[in-house]
Design a protein around this ligand. Sequence first.
Ligand code: MN
Length: 261
Amino acid sequence: MRYHARRMVRILVTNDDGIYSEGLRKLADACLRIDGVEVVIVAPDREQSAASHALTLNRPLRMLKLRENEYIVDGTPADCVNLAVLKLMRDDRPTLVVSGINFGPNLGDDVTYSGTISAAFEGALLDVPSIAFSTLVGEGFSFERCAEFAEKLIRWALDHHRDPHIILNVNFPVEFSGVRVARLGNRIYAGDILERADPRGRTYYWIGGGKPTWRPGEDTDFEAVEEGCIAITPLHLDLTHHESIPRLKSLEDLLGHAAKG
Ligand code: MN
């Protein structure tokens, strides 16, 4: 009879800031402090912030081993998770995917742009429970302090966060003294697009200028971090607006004939 060892807990660590990010390193170190955990890092070889959930489908992807349990991919965060789960770790899948710690917040409406969060969603799509970590940055911010909290949340998640289809989106304020489970807030896009001329006189644009503000709203992630609490928001990929289905049901009769040949 073959001997089957107890399945090891394996945590896949990735991010969108790239392999050289301090936040990635601190998050991996936090996982390594947990007994009986094997940590596998698969991260983009360069910054991929705001890559969203893109997969690379039109060119070859390379995965390069840097050292034991550490790999870089010349693609997006979602590529990293996809390759890690379906190829590299195929025979011994990760127990948990953790993404981050992102340099900068991923709050409210910005979650759809986020490569950090999309890496977690890719884990969710592949049936692996996943957590995304991001931090506001400013004077006195510390990846180390975020990582200490991340370690505790990951320990909890290994026992309790079992539903792979719900990801946890965690945002740290620069200084924090509490935890709040919050909903996504609404960002106000100031529409600040910078327009400049390059050295050859051609116009170029820069998206995303301006200081972000948000609509006040109770129990939002924005409010939590503004009040010095770590915001934890459960997210899922079902974008259906369920409340609208009954209201739109009349379209089936109203326009049904228009769909007939
Ligand atoms: Mn980033």
